[in-house]
Ligand binder design. Structure first.
Ligand code: G3P
Ligand code: MG
Length: 238
C-alpha cells in the first residue's frame, strides 16, 4: 500500500510540548505545521468516547478514579492540564476537521471493554469524518477492538498496533484486514521492514524522538513516524 497520509505525526496531540490528548495540544501541533495527529480514545462509563490514554485519571488530570466508572459529565470537570478538559472524541474530530489535520485514532479500551470500544469508535468515526478529504486510520493494541471495529465499519482502514512485532504478525493482519503495522520503532529491523512491505503493508513507527533515529528509520522504509519531539522532528522532516 502506498502511504496516503502525513509522514510525521504528533503523538497524543502535541507530543511532549503540551498536555497530552487535549484540544490545546492538537492546536499547538497544527500551529507548528503538523498535518497529522495521533490520539487515544476510550469509553467513559456512559459510553461517551473520550480522548485519554490511561484507564485511571491520576497521571494526566487532577481527578481520581477510573474513566469507565464515570460519566462524561463527571470527567468533564477535571483539568487535563493548562485548563484543558478531557475532550470528547467528537470534539477532537471537529477540531481536526477545522484545522485540516489528519488523525490516527488509537482505540484504547479500558480492560474488559474491548469490543464495545471498537464498535463505538468505529460507528462514530464513520459519522464524524464523513466527507473529510482524508479519512482517519484506526489502530489498536487490542485485536478484539479491531475485530469489532471491522464488523461495524469494514470500510475504515485499520492498523495493527504492537510493541514488539510478533512472529504471527502476517496472519493477524490478514485476519483483521489491516493496512498497516504500527510498531515500536525499536522492534523494526531491515529484514522485517522488507517482509512487511513485501506483503503489501505500510509501516508506522512510534515513538521516534531522536532526529538520527528518524533519519535512519525513514531510510529503512518507514512510511510514518509518530513523535513526541515536535520541536526537533518537524512536520517536514526528511
Ligand atoms: O499509537 C502509537 C502509540 O500511541 C502507542 O502507544 O501507549 O502511546 O498509546 P501509546
Ligand atoms: Mg496512543
Amino acid at each position: 500500500m502506498s502511504w496516503p497520509y502525513p509522514r510525521i505525526v504528533a503523538h497524543r496531540g502535541g507530543g511532549a510540548l503540551a498536555p497530552e490528548n487535549t484540544l490545546g495540544a492538537m492546536r499547538l501541533g497544527a500551529s507548528m505545521g503538523f498535518k497529522g495527529v495521533e490520539f487515544d480514545v476510550m469509553l467513559a462509563g456512559d459510553g461517551t468516547p473520550v480522548i485519554i490514554h490511561d484507564e485511571t485519571l491520576e497521571r494526566t488530570t487532577n481527578g481520581l478514579g477510573r474513566v469507565p466508572d464515570m460519566t462524561y459529565g463527571e470527567l468533564s470537570r477535571f483539568d487535563a492540564g493548562k485548563g484543558n478538559q478531557i475532550p470528547k472524541y467528537e470534539q477532537a474530530v471537529a477540531l481536526c476537521r477545522d484545522l485540516g489535520i489528519w488523525a490516527n485514532v488509537e482505540i484504547k479500551p479500558a480492560q474488559g471493554h474491548e469490543r464495545a470500544t471498537g464498535e463505538a469508535v468505529a460507528r462514530m468515526t464513520r459519522e464524524l469524518w464523513r466527507g473529510a478529504p482524508l479519512g482517519p486510520l484506526l489502530s489498536s493494541f487490542s485485536v478484539d477492538a479491531l475485530a469489532a471495529a471491522r464488523s461495524v465499519a469494514p470500510e475504515l482502514p485499520r492498523g495493527y498496533l504492537v510493541s514488539k512485532i510478533p512472529h504471527d504478525w502476517h496472519d493477524t493482519m490478514k485476519r483483521l484486514a489491516c493496512v498497516a503495522l504500527h510498531c515500536n520503532h525499536k522492534s523494526l529491523t531491515e529484514k522485517l521492514a522488507a517482509e512487511i512491505h513485501g506483503a503489501g503493508y505500510s509501516i508506522l513507527l512510534w515513538t521516534v524522538n531522536e532526529p538520527s533515529d528518524a533519519q535512519r528509520l525513514l531510510k529503512m522504509g518507514a512510511d510514518c513516524l509518530v513523535t513526541d519531539a515536535l520541536d526537533r522532528i518537524g512536520p517536514d522532516f526528511r
